[in-house]
Ligand binder design. Sequence first.
Ligand SMILES: Cc1cc2nc3c(=O)[nH]c(=O)nc-3n(C[C@H](O)[C@H](O)[C@H](O)COP(=O)(O)OP(=O)(O)OC[C@H]3O[C@@H](n4cnc5c(N)ncnc54)[C@H](O)[C@@H]3O)c2cc1C
Length: 461
Amino acid sequence: MAVDCCADESGEERMRTGRSGQELRVGLGGDVVRMHVGRQLGELDEAAIGRGAGEAEPGLLELGPVLIVDLVAVAVTLVHLKGSIGTGDDRAFDQLGRVGPQPHGATEVSSAIDNLGYYFAPDPASGKACSIGGNVGENAGGPHCFKYGVTSNHVLGMEVVLPDGEITWLGGKALDTPGLDLTGVFVGSEGTLGIATKIVLRILHKPEAVKTMLAVYDSIDDASNSVSAIVSHKMVPATLEMMDNLVIQAVEQSMAAGFPLDAAAVLLIELDGLKDGMEEMADEIVEICKENNVREIKVATCEAERAALWKGRKGAFGAIARLSPNYMVADGCVPRTKLPETLRYCKEIGDKYGLRTANVFHAGDGNLHPLILFDSRNPEDKEKVLKAGMEMLQVCADMGGTVSGEHGVGIEKAEAMHMVYNEKDLLAQEWVKDAWDPKDLANPGKILPQRLIKREEAHVS
Ligand SMILES: Cc1cc2nc3c(=O)[nH]c(=O)nc-3n(C[C@H](O)[C@H](O)[C@H](O)COP(=O)(O)OP(=O)(O)OC[C@H]3O[C@@H](n4cnc5c(N)ncnc54)[C@H](O)[C@@H]3O)c2cc1C
């Protein structure tokens, strides 16, 4: 049986049933539909994958026929602006209303509240395309997360459909709720504990002033060392983003962002906050960069220049298409001081497999994104790129870092969890999963590697 359930503009449910295939597609919209999904998840006993905009989803296609819950419609019912903003509550909740078929990504949320003087801090570079539900699923980060923290720091509560179909609330509208932090457990669980259908977001006042600079380097090490030096001088810029020469080439071919083509690396540094003291902070950062052999520092003198720099940074992943038909993102984290070494090792791994690597990443967070370029039409390339990706994650783990910064573990990196967790750690996480989802229906196979707990041991009927 195929069930196709979605909502129209008024949130009313339309439901069609058919007889073809084993894949069930369910779209969520208004409350009525949410109830139906709850019932379906509860009654069908089918494994289900929550799908936002599909910007993360490592491994989706490998699962085979499952119930796919299309969460894009959910994402457009997340934010309600009336009554809370401007009254001192500083949070957005419930329904903004359906504004179109596009997913409600972080960028759209910030645009919607911009004229009220607020914004939503987590800003994944994919913000225009991804959904807030997906950001919650992945605990997404972004350039501004260095100063402001990732999605989990900006979600106060959620309505969720649990894997057995029950609809409940985690957290709420208060800054803190007593008891165990179940909202924290849910954020970043990649849809393995259920589906968020309403999300209460913490929003921030827009800063009084912003200053954006581009520091240009002849060596990646100098750029990386500048990042550590800035932080060790107790400076907390809003962003510290790095791009290497291959990325610069790709960006400049695809748009004029103003990145020098011969630079080994550039750092995009943005300061925000009160006007008072900002010039002094900028001067101090310039000095630190000079001590680390910066070649040149350009300061954006107007909004158009700032926008061009950001367009270059946010368009960097897409621009890589100029260089290669495909790329794989190896998303891992290392302590900032280990950046130069880690980048060198990643390049060596790429070279070993004859694959080019390009780097654009959240340097302030030590969150690397080696983009491994390949051609999927070549089966050998596919095998090599997966091996190279795993080896790069191992390097991150060996450096004292971890195997996912923000893009999630999914299926593809589940085995990499062994690089950072021992059996006891993994078992502890499995018990949490089993408590929420004893039948393993929500996003089965994601995050946790080969299950250690036998079902009967987990007291599952
Ligand atoms: C070009 C590019 C740039 C990127 N830049 C960044 C970046 O700067 N920072 C960053 O963090 N990520 C980045 N990403 C990764 C990706 O965009 C994020 O992980 C994003 O949060 C995924 O959102 P989505 O709507 O596409 O989710 P999907 O890929 O559809 O889903 C992601 C996971 O969340 C689960 N999920 C989806 N909706 C819900 C829900 N409502 N409730 C519970 N679980 C749910 C899904 O089941 C899945 O496991 C980038 C990706 C691309 C392609």
